[in-house]
Write a protein that binds this ligand. Sequence first.
Ligand code: DAH
Length: 339
Amino acid sequence: MIEKIEALLSEIEQLKVSSADELEAARIKYLSKKGIISALMDDFRSIPAEQKREWGMRVNDLKQKANEKIQALKEQFGNNDSPYADADLSRTAYPVPLGTRHPISIIREEINDIFKRLGFSIVEGPEVEDDWHVFSSLNFADDHPARDMQDTFFIQNDPQIVLRTHTSSVQTRVMEKSEPPIRIICPGRVYRNEAISYRAHCFFHQVEALYIDKDVSFADLKQALLFFAREMFGEETRIRLRPSYFPFTEPSAEMDISCNICGGKGCPFCKYTGWVEILGCGMVDPNVLENCGIDSNIYSGYALGMGIERITNLKYQVKDLRMFSENDVRFLEQFRSAH
Ligand code: DAH
């Protein structure tokens, strides 16, 4: 009897099948109710009492080994319990939808890159700011309309804590902490209390640039502006500066570029003027330098600030500002190849 079990054991150990059907046949042969191992169990009664124990252990062992073997073969051959049993592994994968970069991010990176080439480094500052960094240090008079509830969001009605209305606040943060030469650009989100429409939003994005050193002149500013305009909008681009006013710069100017849609000939986009406005700039007011602990008799500097949405619109002619914050994939997907 023991030899019979041994023989079966080695038979099962060497068992080979070449299809799922053969495997099923082997399972039935050894393990089904009418199979060889069940039949062996029926012999139990006829086994002499002193052999029963060993015999029982061996049959149990045989049964376990047979189960393991069948299970192992099942993993090789069509394991029909698997949900992937009928999978066609040669099929191409489903396309995974990839996101696109937001147009504001694309343009922000482009602006950053241009200024990085001029030696500027990127600095960020807080969006929740205090009055000093957004207004007072930048030479805004106490009764300046920008401090009005109409224009500025205040946190918990505290007139000292505001959502920054421009990235110029980062200028002061940096000037307070560092010694010139300072050459930074500050990209970020800004907030204004505006009714939302196709041409205005209560939040948008700006990039600020600041350069402070000995002997920085308006000519340096103009050269940086021309470089920026040509890198951003193409070699043919011309610029013009119009006198303007900002509390933190003196003199101040606004820069127009030759309309990048019609090349300056005149079109509906530039209202037939041939020019479009893109940024504000000027020489940092000596009061601002002094407010930040920089000696205005030794140092001078220029600053400029632009709206990223504005530049993005010039490049891509987005007609409705609200599109930038709606996250409609039909809009965003149009920028798939932009970068
Ligand atoms: N902070 C101004 C604004 O939000 C933009 C600006 C104008 C920034 C002139 C400057 C500058 O640095 O020199 O409208």
